[in-house]
Design a protein around this ligand. Structure first.
Ligand SMILES: *Cc1c(COP(=O)(O)O)cnc(C)c1O
Length: 467
């Protein structure tokens, strides 16, 4: 399988280049040249998550990597997950399920892709005899999952930058206690906001002096490999609902997770509707409703991992939605690069409405859903998962109104409630039970450095050899 950039249809890239670079050099995102068909196992024959992962990955990797090597990555990546199914479905009603994606080492769905990506990158670097510097900005979950996945990987040095005192203590400890015992992690707490952290990372990624030490890459959700790895749990959910065409509701920020569901559907899997659920930072919903998004400020919400104005993976879908209309696509992407806003053509907007639905959810509705699901089913949702569940309940009503054949609604749960105790406390008046993994980190030594929001100083730290 070969790949091209959303901004240049001509240049071709192989799987290794796409995996190690993350972002294309023209600023675009890598997409496969075509959607391969992904084998669906014969009815009734459910594969183990690990075997399913191999079946989903193989068409995208092609013969770039020996099968035994991919198998080894997969076996190691999911070995320590706390559910034997890796991504189990929890039934609430006969036609309503939660897909639990918090059984990895940092209790958020980002483990599912990063655990695998870290092994793939380390293997590719060893083969090439090269090294890589990874620089990551995080508002919490990504940094924690990246630290757990990349700690002590040979030939990789990772710097994680987060906004000082603006993430929850449990998330900080997930990074800093790992860094205390790893020789390749540097955690910087910048005195500023998440936007400041992200701006520093963008500047460092483009800095020739930093790149002179070793090639530099990002592992945020625009990396194609992460999306490919995320396709697997959609397949796992379909397998647990044989003979159905389940609808998926996905708590969305950068449009990476829901796009992975779309990619599996393009590969021939029986998926019904795909719904992108947002909080009040609702660019994805505006685009769906109006074909354009409006200039706005990020407003903090109870679901901080979704406080995103510019859904960076949407560019991947846009590149497809224009079909052969290359002039229209170039026009829309130029406008997007200038303003950070999309203005879709009529055709592309219609296609978005056909391939996806979208829904926006307020903080008040999020809290009400946490309460409702807790009292009715004795099941605890984290605030991100509650955004999705709010939209899932709406979709379920809509499907019932439309009559038609009943098909299940699957709502993705992307973080464990113990990671967001304040929101749970706000909803129920009591904090959620703690999680042993988080408790075990509470008294471990931490290693991180508080730094001013100053590019020159942060750059000096990266250029000095002391980790
Ligand atoms: C990252 C994250 C999201 C957003 O996912 P995208 O792929 O950016 O759409 C939602 N919920 C949680 C808990 C997350 O960590």
């Amino acid at each position: 399988m070969l790949y091209h950039s959303t901004r240049n249809l001509d240049a071709q890239f192989d799987f290794a280049a796409v995996t190690l670079a993350g972002l294309a050099s023209d600023g675009g995102l890598y997409i496969p040249n075509s959607w391969p068909s992904i084998p669906v196992s014969p009815a009734g024959e459910a594969l183990r998550y690990q075997d399913l992962a191999l079946a989903v990955l193989t068409p995208f990797v092609g013969d770039a990597i020996p099968q035994a090597v991919i198998q080894q990555w997969i076996a190691e990546a999911y070995r320590d997950f706390t559910s034997p199914l890796v991504a189990p479905l929890h039934p609430l009603e006969e036609d309503l399920y939660v897909l639990e994606l918090f059984h990895g080492p940092t209790l958020a769905f980002k483990d599912y892709a990063l655990q695998l990506l870290a092994r793939a990158m380390a293997w590719l670097l060893e083969q090439r005899g090269s090294r890589l510097q990874l620089i990551v900005a995080t508002s919490g979950d990504t940094g924690a999952a990246a630290a757990a996945a990349f700690a002590n990987r040979p030939n990789i040095e990772m710097t994680i930058i987060y906004p000082h005192e603006r993430i929850v203590p449990a998330q900080r400890r997930q990074m800093t206690t790992v860094a205390a015992t790893a020789n390749n992690l540097r955690i910087l707490a910048v005195e500023g906001s998440f936007d400041d952290a992200q701006r520093l990372v963008k500047q460092l990624l483009l800095d020739p002096a930093v790149a002179a030490r070793a090639p530099v890459a990002a592992v945020n959700s625009i990396n194609w490999f992460r999306l490919m790895a995320q396709m697997v749990y959609y397949a796992a959910a379909c397998q647990q609902l044989p003979g159905q065409q389940p609808n998926f509701v996905v708590p969305s920020g950068n449009f990476g997770n829901v796009y992975a569901g779309y990619a599996l559907k393009q590969g021939g899997w029986p998926i019904g509707r795909l719904l992108a659920a947002t909080n009040h930072n609702d660019a994805l919903f505006q685009l769906w409703r109006d074909g354009r998004s409006q200039a706005n400020q990020v407003r903090p919400s109870l679901s901080p991992a979704m406080d995103i104005l510019i859904p960076s993976n949407f560019e991947r879908y846009v590149a497809e939605a224009y079909g052969g209309d290359t002039a229209g696509l170039a026009d829309t992407l130029a406008g997007y690069q200038r303003t950070g806003l999309y203005q879709l053509s009529g055709g592309a907007h219609a296609r978005y409405r056909q391939d996806f639905t979208a829904s926006a959810v307020s903080d008040a509705e999020t809290l009400a859903t946490i309460r409702e699901i807790h009292s009715r089913y004795d099941y605890l949702l984290d605030p991100h998962s509650a955004v999705a569940m709010t939209a899932a309940l709406r979709l379920r009503e809509q499907l019932a109104d439309e009559g038609g054949q009943a098909s299940s609604v699957v709502s993705l749960a992307c973080a464990h409630p113990a990671k967001f105790p304040d929101a749970i406390h706000q909803a129920l008046g009591i904090p959620p039970p703690s999680h042993p993994l988080l408790e075990s980190q509470a008294n471990l030594p931490e290693r991180y450095q508080v730094v001013p929001n100053d590019l020159t100083l942060v750059r000096q730290i990266l250029l000095s050899d002391a980790g």
